[in-house]
Design a protein around this ligand. Structure first.
Ligand SMILES: Cc1cc2nc3c(=O)[nH]c(=O)nc-3n(C[C@H](O)[C@H](O)[C@H](O)COP(=O)(O)OP(=O)(O)OC[C@H]3O[C@@H](n4cnc5c(N)ncnc54)[C@H](O)[C@@H]3O)c2cc1C
Length: 489
């Protein structure tokens, strides 16, 4: 059997599917290789007994995430607004505060940006110094004074902080706000702030291309509808259960070894998260640099739980269902009820070291702990859900974990941009390397399409697959993309 294509895409998550479709739309042939028995990666949707579905991975979008919204519109999927009315809570040791009485997440991110600011030129530093001195009401008289002030400024106020935890301490927040900030970042990054590179995080936030809340809508029927639509747009069926083990650039070709078969192509798009990419052997130019970039990332740890109730009792108390637990680092809850006929829900996210600790317990013990914490925010009513379901994203073999992988302390702070710009015949795509919506499905799609566009400008030649018979879960000559089929597990 001999198949001819131009490009191989490794990974059938949102990034890989978007990349493969874009390559094909440009008139080139493309073979997608996926390690697991289904497409979607960190998008997984399962049915609930009580009705409706549970998005085990990605669930929410906002109005600026146009690629996802466009796919949803093409698939005829309904967007259900995430309920937000009511009071949001922050639980601290021995007290419960309203979100509105504390520093906002937006302000926190701004302060953090300033804290880890890196001066690119002396002129820039002096201009900043002049502003700071004006602010401190210090006389600006001589160069000597400026030099002294600059040393002070760099040493004490704005020297880059290596770890996010150091940067957070430098913000000099009041104790409760610090605990809230620490918990927020543990959840969002799925890791302890001590382990995360402050500069890299600051760069991610600085590039984020939206001013809107990221939890505006969820897709009725689940995020898998987006995967189904992406798969529907592929001309050539993806190969499932085909983990790529080795990628070797040889002159003007690239060899890809997967499941005891060898493929060759002009270009390979590696659309797998960095922790999973580390399991692939790369024989490419500057291989050591590539290994160091991939090693710069640490995988997130995340447990996502849905709790289903016959009614949204928290709303009767004026609560929105949103809560951040400063006393339980990494724990946050939102109201995940849709606007359909299904029962009401709270969705809990536990990220970071505590997620790792809880993952070592039985599911029953985890649930007891979670309900105990939630009862402090929502009352005893929370202890009697109709149904619960959870997804543990920790040390996952094909994604690393959740939500995403972030640059660790000791890693290259520019690893995201360097991987995105990696040129030649082997290129990288995925939510972790996107420059607009880092860490989101939107970013994965944008990154996949961007890399495909770079390649389709200069692709030439064919890919040859030395294999006996084609295989995979798709029976026909093109993917079956009826809703739910691609996500069956
Ligand atoms: C619990 C959770 C909640 C989230 N919530 C949201 C949300 O509400 N909104 C949002 O926008 N985002 C959310 N995210 C993040 C979002 O899911 C991811 O950023 C995005 O789906 C990543 O897409 P990707 O294609 O880059 O990577 P992935 O989805 O990880 O896809 C990579 C694919 O590559 C495959 N693969 C790995 N190694 C190999 C190999 N060697 N050979 C072949 N294939 C391989 C994997 O099996 C996988 O299918 C969430 C994530 C999690 C875990």
């Amino acid at each position: 059997m001999r198949q001819e294509n131009h490009v191989i895409v490794v990974g059938g998550g949102a990034a890989g599917l978007a990349a493969a479709a874009a390559v094909e739309q440009a008139g080139l042939s493309c073979q997608l290789l996926e390690a697991q028995a289904c497409l979607g990666g960190r998008i997984r949707t399962v049915p609930l007994r009580s009705g409706g579905v549970f998005d085990e991975g990605a669930q929410m979008v906002n109005g600026d995430m146009h690629a996802v919204l466009d796919l949803a519109a093409r698939a005829g999927l309904h967007l259900s607004p995430v309920p937000r009315a009511g009071i949001g809570l922050c639980l601290a040791q021995g007290s419960t505060r309203r979100f509105e009485d504390l520093i906002s997440v937006g302000e926190l991110h701004e302060l953090l940006e300033e804290q880890v600011l890196r001066w690119d030129s002396p002129g820039e530093a002096l201009r900043a110094l002049r502003l700071k001195l004006a602010w401190w009401n210090t006389p600006w008289e001589s160069l000597g004074e400026a030099g002294r002030g600059l040393r002070l400024l760099v040493a004490k106020r704005t020297a880059p902080k290596e770890s996010l935890a150091e940067a957070l301490r430098g913000l000099l927040l009041e104790a409760e706000e610090h605990a809230m900030a620490y918990s927020h970042f543990s959840e969002v990054l799925g890791a302890a702030p001590e382990d995360i590179h402050a500069q890299a995080v600051r760069d991610i936030f600085a590039r984020y291309a939206s001013e809107r809340d990221d939890l505006e809508f969820q897709i009725a029927g689940g995020m898998i509808g987006i995967v189904d639509q992406l798969a529907l747009e592929l001309r050539h069926r993806p190969r499932l259960s085909t983990p790529v083990e080795r990628i070797r650039a040889t002159g003007d070709r690239v060899e890809v070894v997967a499941a005891a078969e060898t493929w060759t192509a002009d270009h390979v798009i590696v659309a797998v998260p960095p922790p999973a990419a580390r399991r692939i052997t790369f024989e490419v130019d500057s291989g050591d640099e590539l290994a160091a970039l991939l090693a710069s990332f640490t995988a997130g740890a995340m447990i996502k739980t849905v709790l289903v109730f016959d009614r949204a009792f928290w709303r009767l108390k004026g609560l929105s269902g949103a809560a951040l637990f400063a006393d339980t680092p990494g724990l946050a809850v939102v109201d995940g009820s849709g606007d359909g006929p299904f029962p009401s829900r709270l969705t809990a996210f536990l990220g970071g070291p505590l997620a790792r600790q809880w993952a070592a317990l039985s599911q029953e013990a985890r649930q007891d702990l979670l309900l105990g914490r939630l009862s402090h925010a929502f009352g005893e009513g929370v202890r009697a859900p109709l149904e619960t379901a959870e997804a543990v994203w920790i040390d996952h073999p094909w994604s690393g974990g959740g939500y995403n992988a972030t640059v660790r302390v000791g890693g290259n702070p520019d690893a995201v941009a360097r991987l995105a710009a990696w040129g030649g015949r082997v290129r990288f795509a995925g939510a972790e390397v996107d420059d607009r919506f880092w860490g989101y499905v939107e970013g994965a799609i944008h990154s996949g399409r961007s890399v495909a566009a770079q390649i389709t400008g200069n692709a030439a030649g064919d890919v040859i697959c030395e294999t006996a018979e084609p295989q995979g879960a798709f029976g026909g000559s093109r993917p079956k993309a009826e809703r739910g089929v691609v996500s069956e597990r």
